[in-house]
Design a protein around this ligand. Structure first.
Ligand code: GSH
Length: 215
């Protein structure tokens, strides 16, 4: 079985998938989707994902998009690692946080990433103060929930690392570049410090930075 991950390395959504694949040590081929050159709109890529967005997993003529669906699928390939609980409530808890990530956390972080980092990288002008305010309000609303939930828990879903931790923490690779206001969220910083110390986290970050520098 051959597995390909189509991604643009600087994106947190791509990082989520690449880091998780590295963590579980599933072999894959990396295929660059160069967003700076509009590669996501090519006919070949559009056949894999009509949304024209990366990341996409491709396996033997089948493609899967949406980063959370991809990491959940990857987790089933190494079920012995226990990163996707088998019991119904445990699995529902993981899903809950991954839906929360898609609905609330990722969109809030994405506004700040776009305004404070990506716009500059793509020559799309200065941050729009109205959008930044909107992003900050959404960020604080979600971060308060995350921080309070993490109190007394080692990981998002209790004492064990799960795929939900990778899903939610991935956005934080942009914390410095997008100036996420994390000062008042000590639990998030404590939890993220643990995740970012994982060898797969370090390796994926280093690889992504090297690829971006070479592009
Ligand atoms: N919810 C999707 C979001 C994917 C997404 O928005 N990817 C962006 C980059 S981070 C993209 O490929 N954008 C290309 C475009 O909009 O043209 C996921 O988590 O996979």
């Amino acid at each position: 079985m051959s597995l390909k991950i189509h991604a643009f390395p600087l994106s947190p959504r791509a990082f989520k998938v690449l880091c998780f694949a590295n963590h579980i040590a599933v072999p894959y081929e990396f295929v660059l989707v160069d967003l700076t050159k509009g590669a996501q709109r090519s006919p070949e890529f559009s056949r894999l994902n009509l949304n024209q967005r990366m990341p996409v997993l491709e396996e033997d003529g089948w493609s899967l998009w949406e980063s959370n669906a991809i990491v959940q699928y990857l987790a089933t390939r190494k079920s012995e690692l226990g990163l996707l609980p088998k019991d119904e409530r445990g699995r529902a808890d993981v899903s809950r946080w991954m839906f929360w990530e898609s609905a609330h956390w990722d969109p809030a972080c994405a506004i700040l990433v776009w305004e404070r980092f990506v716009k500059g990288m793509f020559g799309r002008g200065e941050p729009d103060p109205v959008e930044v305010e909107k992003g900050l309000a959404q960020f604080h609303r979600a971060a308060k929930v995350l921080d309070a939930h993490l109190k007394g828990r080692k990981f998002l879903c209790g004492d064990h690392l799960s795929v939900a931790d990778f899903s939610v923490a991935a956005a934080l690779i942009m914390a410095e570049k997008a100036q996420f206001p994390l000062e008042e969220y000590g639990e998030i910083r404590r939890w993220y410090a643990g995740l970012s110390a994982l060898p797969a986290w370090q390796k994926t970050l280093a690889d992504s930075q090297a690829m971006a520098a070479a592009a």
